[in-house]
Design a protein around this ligand. Structure first.
Ligand SMILES: Cc1cc2nc3c(=O)[nH]c(=O)nc-3n(C[C@H](O)[C@H](O)[C@H](O)COP(=O)(O)OP(=O)(O)OC[C@H]3O[C@@H](n4cnc5c(N)ncnc54)[C@H](O)[C@@H]3O)c2cc1C
Ligand code: FES
Ligand code: FES
Length: 472
């Protein structure tokens, strides 16, 4: 039995937990405001909000319902565009859209309105610093984005006077959301306390948040039993112990961005992670999903390879084993995970002051696109000499590539342009890009070179000589 609150209504259903939330909303509940565009998480027409109870508060995030399994709604507050309507007038976001002529055919509009409402409800501005960021996963084919942006600016202006201590009450008073929202925390508490009638199976397809699986297999998974792990507490959380950081496999990209300690370790984390997908997909996509999907251009794989990380894998009998992340991916879509095993977490040594880290990505579109080539690099220095180097490159081999030879070559070398030029030759010798829709093999080699150099230029911006020589 799946139980959740859909807008203002409690839902108890035995429908297969693998069907998409979008189909449940439109076909079972006949709420047609949530639109179907691409069914691949790309256009945002199906955007809904997912509210999760944390102690006393509910935090809301935007999701694309077309690639989200219904079972993941269990215990949550799901909000569609119908659920933010006021009884007698347009709500504040809807009004900003009409006042700024930001809608024409209207097909995309519910998605935009829901994403913007998600922005209004979000009290964690570490991850979203503008309304534009919140709509990074919404596409409009006819209005043009300027008027939508203007509506966004108007909303931002209104939110400047938000009462941070009484957010929900303020949003209700200002007409952003209807007043039933204030009843949701207590109603969710009651819901979560109800015993679950169904225990999840262990043998079915493992689904975290579905952003990889549902793009390809939504129909198949709708008819099967799925093993949903996204609420498994043992796979969640970011913790620090001595100089080590451990991140649960179910951690989403947004949760990385919301962690203040990670932001101190990686001050440029927001600019790195804004290159990863869109707001909705960052809210959903997990590290475990990215690693096991095993795409050669998986951004999180590339990021954590360069941190010289260790994976903890939980066997079916509950025992655990650890492996270096560099050894996890074996060949195209082949990896070191047996049937019944789960990725539990990934850990890495927290960087000290002598260490520098950088992430680079080139894709056809800057946002909401997978990489043509991506790369990360970590350099540790002792007295100007490289004591450790960990570089990774995506899109240049059958797996997300840890550059074993290049890293070995760099160890013990001085940071001078000659070293970097020689290291680039070693790097070219250990990659084997193929030509595909994301570029020719030659183009990818060129990108690999440029990104490799970009790491050094970014990490040592004041070394004028080095930068001049690299650029030659
Ligand atoms: C529109 C769109 C844009 C995207 N953009 C990007 C991008 O810019 N960069 C990028 O890298 N990716 C991108 N992706 C891909 C995807 O979002 C990520 O790979 C994401 O991290 C997958 O996580 P998930 O929880 O949704 O995975 P799921 O689809 O739930 O699972 C993926 C695979 O991992 C397995 N799995 C998940 N968790 C575990 C676990 N703990 N143990 C064992 N197996 C597990 C599943 O069985 C499945 O095989 C995009 C996807 C979409 C739809
Ligand atoms: S229908 Fe396009 S993102 Fe869901
Ligand atoms: S108003 Fe027509 S697609 Fe946006």
């Amino acid at each position: 039995m799946i139980q959740f609150i859909l807008n203002n209504q409690i839902i108890r259903t035995s429908v297969n937990s693998g069907i998409t939330l979008l189909d449940f909303i439109r076909e079972h509940q006949k709420l047609k405001g949530t639109k179907i565009g691409c069914r691949e998480g790309d256009c945002g027409a199906c955007t809904i909000l997912v509210g999760e109870l944390n102690d006393i508060e509910v935090t809301y995030k935007s999701f694309t319902s077309c690639i989200s399994p219904l079972g993941n709604a269990n215990g949550k507050h799901i909000v569609t565009v119908e659920g933010i309507n006021l009884s007698a007038e347009l709500n504040t976001v809807q009004k900003a859209m009409t006042d700024n002529f930001a809608t024409q055919c209207g097909f995309c509009t519910p998605g935009f309105v829901v994403s913007m409402t998600g922005y209004s409800l979000d009290d964690n501005k570490l991850n979203l610093n503008s309304c534009n960021d919140a709509i990074s996963g919404n596409i409009c084919r006819c209005t043009g984005y300027k008027s939508i942006e203007k509506a966004g600016f108007e909303i931002e202006k209104k939110l400047e006077s938000k009462d941070q201590n009484h957010q929900i009450e303020w949003l209700i008073k200002e007409g952003f959301i209807p007043d039933y929202f204030k009843t949701i925390p207590d109603r969710l508490k009651d819901l979560v306390m109800s015993p679950r009638a169904e225990s999840r199976g262990q043998k079915e397809t493992i689904v975290a948040n579905g952003t990889d699986l549902y793009v390809r297999y939504a129909d198949k998974l709708s008819e099967e039993k799925v093993h949903l792990i996204s609420d498994d507490k043992i796979l969640k959380g970011i913790s620090f112990n001595n100089n080590s950081c451990t991140i649960g496999a179910n951690t989403t990209v947004t949760e990385l961005l919301e962690n203040e300690k990670l932001l101190t370790i990686f001050p440029k984390l927001p600019s790195f992670l804004k290159l990863v997908s869109s707001e909705q997909i960052r809210n959903m996509g997990t590290l475990g999903g990215n690693f096991v999907n095993a795409s050669p251009i998986g951004d999180m794989s590339i990021f954590f390879l360069a941190l010289n990380s260790t994976l903890t894998i939980q066997r079916e009998n509950g025992t655990e084993r650890n492996i270096p992340f560099q050894e996890f991916h074996k060949d195209y879509k082949k990896y070191d995970l047996q049937k019944g095993e789960l990725l539990k977490n990934i850990s890495f040594r927290v960087l000290d002051a002598s260490e520098k880290f950088n992430f680079e990505k080139v894709s056809k579109r800057t946002h909401l696109d997978i990489a043509s080539v991506n790369s990360a690099g970590l350099i540790s220095l002792k007295n100007g000499v490289i004591s450790e180097a960990h570089f990774s490159l995506g899109g240049v081999a059958a797996i997300p590539k840890y550059l074993f030879k290049t890293n070995k070559f760099l160890k013990g070398e001085l940071i001078v342009s000659e070293t970097i030029h020689l290291a680039e030759k070693v790097m070219q010798s250990e990659i084997s890009p193929i030509s595909d829709v994301r570029g020719t093999s030659d183009y990818k080699r060129l990108l690999a070179r440029q990104l490799f150099f970009a790491h050094f230029m970014t990490l040592f911006p004041n070394d004028v000589e080095l930068n001049k020589m690299i650029a030659l």
